[in-house]
Design a protein around this ligand. Structure first.
Ligand code: GDD
Ligand code: MN
Length: 408
């Protein structure tokens, strides 16, 4: 079956040769860098069979249109355009899925990565039968360029954390510039986290087999045109990736974040309580009620910003969400107190009773708000879509065939 299909293809395109390398370049608002990066790829990859796949998230500056204009001139250039989506790692995944090449490079499109080392990286991968070759800023000949000191510290901290997640020794596991065998990528693709910027780390931490890695040093250039997209939410995504890989997917990452936010709420609760008690001399019950409300409100907004950043509530949903969240958490608090009280009375030590009550309310709060509070706009969208499908179905009248049949 497959053989005859291959034969057919060979008949129609005998000149097609296998690709040596596909370069995947994620882009968001990189219009100004596109001509230069394409020019450099042509120059450096001239001796190879290659293609470049740009994956653009519908950049408002017209990056995709510009890439398309090159793609019309040369088939080695392609642009995948995603609408209503954002994310560097997920863009890379889609780019890698879209090429048949057996070796794929991932490279930024902002000229910070030195494309001239691509042939050297490919030669190393082939020559040493490696699965991954990382272009690293820390190896011999590599450098961090003129990074701000704060970013160097953050970068080093991230590296420490990442070394716990991967088993192979790498001096720059946070690099966004690397070559990977597509077979390894396909082995792990179903289990990739896919969020944030740290795509290489995601691949390495997901692989169950030991990965054969090599490194090539280079100088990370400064950005000349356009701006970096690395912001606080990208840093949060890194935290999500680490948690998801460390918990091995057993505990949902969202629950872990939800619980961490809950712990912050506890601090807020105690802070408010002491303020109202000692500064404003309020009675304990009233002070505790206000402090709980403050903590719940704070948790709601933190969850809306971080835990449910992909389903963030706005407008009227924000108010409805706050109300349902407070209601759910109040019930959770009541369940916590009565459950742990019962355990205590039946002889369970106080700390275990307290822990069990807290766990119960955390799971309750998470489940209810996950299913209800941050689900409201989705439910509405689904019901609207179903309604409009029903309306179309109701108004549908099968066309009457022309008299005398179609051939008349
Ligand atoms: N499609 C898509 N969607 N592309 C994106 C997105 C996105 O949401 N965000 C960023 N990009 C593209 C940029 O257009 C650029 O080509 C590349 O991804 C890197 O983005 P930068 O915003 O320039 O990242 P950086 O320079 O701060 O970070 C780089 O260095 C890090 C190491 O310090 C990246 O290579 C990181 O992956 C790397 O870890
Ligand atoms: Mn950059």
């Amino acid at each position: 079956m497959t053989e005859s299909r291959t034969d057919n293809i060979a008949e129609f395109s005998p000149a097609r040769r296998e690709l040596d390398l596909a370069v995947v370049l994620p882009t968001f608002n990189e219009r100004e860098n596109i001509p230069e990066v394409i020019g450099r790829l042509f120059a450096t990859l001239s001796g190879l069979e290659w293609e470049a796949i740009f994956v653009d998230d519908d950049s408002p500056d017209g990056t995709a249109e510009l890439i398309d204009s090159y793609a019309r001139e040369d088939r080695r250039i392609r642009c995948i355009r995603r609408v209503g989506r954002r994310g560097l790692s997920s863009a890379c995944i889609e780019g890698m899925l879209a090429t048949p090449a057996s070796v794929v490079a991932v490279m930024d499109a902002d000229l910070q990565h030195d494309e001239s080392i691509l042939p050297k990286m490919l030669a190393k991968l082939r020559g040493e039968a490696l699965d991954v070759v990382v272009a690293t800023r820390n190896a011999d000949g590599g450098s961090m360029s003129d990074f701000a000191p704060a970013r160097v510290i953050l970068s080093r901290l991230g590296q420490r954390v990442s070394s716990v997640m991967i088993r192979c020794g790498l001096s720059d596991p946070m690099s966004g510039f690397f070559l990977v065998r597509r077979s390894l990528f396909l082995e792990v693709v179903n289990e990739l986290h896919g969020g944030g910027f740290k795509f290489l780390l995601d691949i390495l931490a997901t692989s169950r087999q030991p990965v054969r890695v090599g490194e090539v040093g280079y100088r990370f250039r400064n950005r000349v045109k356009g701006t970096s997209k690395l912001d606080i939410s990208v840093a949060m995504e890194y935290l999500f990736l680490v948690l998801s890989k460390l918990t091995g997917g057993i505990i949902p990452t969202r629950f872990v974040i939800f619980a961490l936010v809950g712990a912050i709420g506890l601090v807020v609760n105690l802070g408010f309580l002491s303020l109202l008690l000692f500064r404003f001399h309020m009675g304990f019950s009233a002070a505790q009620a206000w402090a709980t409300l403050a903590a719940m409100t704070c948790n709601f907004f933190l969850n809306n910003q971080i835990t449910y950043r992909d389903r963030r509530l706005h407008g009227v949903y924000l108010i409805l969400g706050l109300a349902t969240f407070c209601l759910a958490c109040s019930f959770g608090a009541w369940a916590n107190v009565s459950f742990s009280g019962n355990l205590l009375r039946s002889g369970v030590p106080w700390y275990l009773a307290g822990l069990a009550g807290t766990l119960l309310s955390a799971v309750w709060n998470y489940s209810v708000s996950n299913l209800f509070t941050w689900q409201m706009p989705q439910r509405r969208r689904v019901s609207e879509a179903t309604d409009s499908v029903k309306a179309i179905q109701a108004s549908y009248e099968p066309p009457t065939p022309p008299a005398g049949g179609l051939g008349a």
